[in-house]
Design a protein around this ligand. Sequence first.
Ligand SMILES: [Zn+2]
Length: 226
Amino acid sequence: MRTHRDFQREKVYAWEGKASQAQHKGQNFRTIEECQAYLNPIWLTERGRYGRARVPAPAIERPHWGQRRAFAHADHRITLPTWCRNEWMILHEAAHRLAVRWKDVAHGPRFVGILIGLVCRHLDYDASEQMRIADEMGVRYDVRSIGSVPVHGPTWHVERVLRAHGAMTPMEIACELSIVHGHDLGQPQIRGAALQLIRGSRARWWRGKLVLVSQDGDAGQELLAA
Ligand SMILES: [Zn+2]
């Protein structure tokens, strides 16, 4: 019944692949207990926003034999197969449990809005980018369900691209931001962001390319890998 009415489920799954940059698949947590420890503080900060102020965090449990997908059950439990034990999927299932109040379809606009809010507040994604990708893919979301999210400037975007790709020229950064992320930044903005990162000791120039200075002192390794 629910599947029948869940009109944009497949679209949401497709959107997640792009919106998460494929970070919604794979195992980042070894055990169910680690998944629970990740969820608990997030649930406490989010539940009031979605009218679930007194509701304890869902219990995360092992999947039943042969279960291939993560589920948020009507009795409030979440079950996670191994490949779903990552931050994005835990937030996805938590969003289902936060959305129940609205009696929307499972992957309806309320759910997508909540999920966008969660990944932007807790996984450092960019809300305007998430909404743009959803628009492009025809995924409907409720803007009011997103809630307040950090607004990111050019420096944040440049740092994220460098983190993903290693050393890049300002031109490469501009292309990546425009084509992949939909942000059109001019060279002065890229240079300004570079300067900010360098002043904060977060990046430096290396053979005409900007490269992040890694926190644990293995910048040399990063250069080789780039
Ligand atoms: Zn779902």
